[in-house]
Design a protein around this ligand. Structure first.
Ligand SMILES: C[S@@+](CC[C@H](N)C(=O)[O-])C[C@H]1O[C@@H](n2cnc3c(N)ncnc32)[C@H](O)[C@@H]1O
Length: 256
């Protein structure tokens, strides 16, 4: 970007993108790396040091070196105005947010379970859930409650893996033929052989756990046994345990 007019337009575009529900701002190398690998449509990517970015890519993601060479280099003073806290890895991008139809997600064929988070409150936790759901090959992450699952802090927490599977907010869980399992400390203990294919695995909020409504609707409640004195697992850890339990029980743990 050469002229100060172009720099001002870039600063305005990043500010605009943060308020646009059709766009997302990717903060940092890992978020952009995963977004690119999983097919995000990138509108603009900027860095204050193109040579350093290409070096980082050759170390951490050689598959993306060629594409990252097209990143727009801007003066450091401009770069710091593109994000409230500019990322240490020195790259920011604007991407199109995928349109997701939750009804379509529920109808998707295949054995992979869906993760349902009821009213999660910490965007970092939500991002960590998306990250492990993407890694384990879950079919989707759906969330209820007022918080946008694509907010920038959640995208940082997932390292951009929101682009690897459908992630969407819903008002309520609509009717579905998938089994609904409540993952709840007061349930029956998780056992090997529990049928999790195509399940909707519902996890509660960090403070309150699952609502009485969702517990009543679930066909089973499953607990992760804990040593006496431990109150609960972190939300993202609980999701990881259940998803990897499902994955380990599959005939071939091949989810490439
Ligand atoms: C931090 S916990 C919520 C703790 C909450 N005070 C409660 O009693 O449910 C967040 C969610 O993680 C899951 N979770 C955490 N530990 C669990 C366990 N030991 N067994 C089953 N689910 C667990 C549940 O879905 C829970 O709603």
């Amino acid at each position: 970007v050469r002229s100060s007019g172009a720099e001002a337009a870039l600063i305005a575009r990043f500010a605009e993108a943060r308020g646009d529900p059709a766009l997302v701002v990717l903060e940092g190398f890992h978020a952009l790396k995963h977004a690119l690998r999983f097919g995000a449509r990138i509108e603009t990517a900027c860095t204050a040091d193109l040579a350093a970015l290409v070096r980082l890519a050759s170390d951490l993601a050689p598959d993306l070196c060629a594409r990252l060479r097209d990143t727009v280099e801007v003066p450091p003073a401009t770069f710091t105005r593109l994000a409230p806290v500019p990322p240490a890895t020195g790259v920011l991008a604007i991407a199109a947010r995928p349109e997701i139809d939750p009804a379509e997600v529920l109808r998707q064929p295949g054995a992979a379970p869906i993760v349902l988070l009821e009213n999660p409150s910490h965007p970092g936790n939500l991002g960590a859930v998306v990250r492990v759901a993407a890694a384990a090959g879950a079919a989707a992450v759906l969330t209820t409650g007022g918080r946008d699952p694509w907010q920038p802090a959640a995208l940082r927490g997932s390292a951009g893996l929101h682009f690897a599977l459908p992630v969407a907010g819903i008002d309520v869980l609509s009717e579905t033929d998938r089994p609904l399992l409540a993952i709840d400390p007061d349930g029956e203990p998780l056992r090997a052989g529990l049928a999790l294919d195509r399940a909707i695995l519902a996890f509660g909020s960090e403070r309150r756990g699952l609502s009485a409504l969702l517990l009543a609707r679930a066909e089973r409640r499953i607990a992760l046994p804990m040593r006496q004195g431990v109150s609960s697992l972190n939300l993202a850890c609980a999701v990881a345990v259940v998803l990897y339990g499902w994955l380990a029980a599959r005939p071939q743990a091949d989810h490439s």
